[in-house]
Design a protein. Structure first.
Length: 306
């Protein structure tokens, strides 16, 4: 398929299987998907030949606001148009907790680790906790600016961040074993697989049997798609965004150009570090402006964009 040309994209195309997921495809998404797909085709052919069943697993990963859902949906659509059965699985169905509880667990992990660490280091006092508690009540305790006024606050932040690092994107937060089992079943040629569905409410959790008999390519759309915590992905695709680009996107998305809370910024920073750590495994890396990058070019772009 060396002569592939992008098909006409209808108004509504199938997207990931996360309940309530909204996909808004723009020109930038289409441009990137076109670049990726041309690179992907020969890789798919090679991976399919190596696979005993001809089944291939792709992941589309990246940080906040890079267009994972949109680009994964487009790649899946292009595959179907080319006569290759495809299914888009959203990794956001696989945390152990619904978003509101998971956000609470992240914050609890940060705060508990911060205070435990201070006690261990001998930096915790009742007076200092009064200061911390006020910041906590205002949702501002992850703000690094507090170290300018209180030098001991560094101990709170460092220990909290280290604790949070042990939760985010790990088996403590996410059911990687369940995703790996799905990948195994798919590659083994299982015709029907039960897939988890998880919305935003505590009553929105169920399983659905999906027909995979005519599916040759499984597209996993997920921040943690390239994680070392599960196996079976053949072609990881990394949609890159530098820290500056991510911040600009978040500001544009929030009304009045407001920034995210210091805690959200810490989460994004840790997720970015995870993506960078996993980047050498990516088979395709594309910049926010839609250019293909080698791993060396990616590293350079990340350094320049801090």
């Amino acid at each position: 398929m060396t002569d592939w040309q992008p098909p006409v994209i209808p108004e509504n195309i199938a997207h990931g299987d996360m309940p309530g997921d909204k996909v808004e495809i723009g020109e930038g998404h289409v441009q990137k998907a076109n670049v990726i797909f041309k690179e992907l085709l020969p890789m798919l052919e090679e991976a399919s030949e190596k696979s005993g069943t001809g089944k291939v697993v792709i992941t589309v990963c990246g940080g906040s606001g890079v267009g994972k859902s949109e680009i994964a949906s487009l790649l899946s659509f292009y595959l179907k148009e080319a006569g290759i059965g495809s299914y888009t699985l959203s990794g956001d169905n696989y945390p152990h907790r619904i978003p509101v509880y998971n956000d609470a667990e992240r914050l609890h992990t940060f705060r508990e680790s911060a205070l435990k660490g201070m006690v261990k280091e001998g930096t915790f006092t009742a007076e200092r906790f009064e200061v911390i508690h006020e910041f906590q009540k205002n949702g501002d305790d992850a703000n690094p600016k507090h170290t300018e006024e209180y030098d001991w606050y560094e101990s709170y932040l460092r220990n909290g961040k280290e604790g949070l690092k042990g939760y985010l994107g790990t088996n403590n937060e996410i059911g990687f074993d369940e995703v790996e089992e799905i990948v195994k079943e798919f590659k083994a040629g299982t015709d029907e697989i039960w897939l988890k569905r998880m919305g935003r409410e505590d009553t929105e959790l169920w399983y659905e049997k999906v027909d995979f008999s005519k599916i040759q390519v499984l597209v996993i759309e997920w921040t943690h798609g390239n994680s070392d915590n599960y196996k079976g992905v053949d072609i990881p695709v990394l949609l890159n965004s530098t820290p500056q680009e991510t911040l600009a996107h978040r500001r544009a998305r929030n009304r009045d150009g407001a920034t995210d809370s210091p805690f959200t910024m810490m989460v994004l920073e840790l997720e970015q570090a995870m993506l960078e750590h996993q980047a050498p495994k990516a088979k395709i890396i594309i910049s926010k402006s839609g250019e293909l990058l080698s791993y060396e070019e990616y590293c350079k772009q990340m350094e320049e964009g801090r």
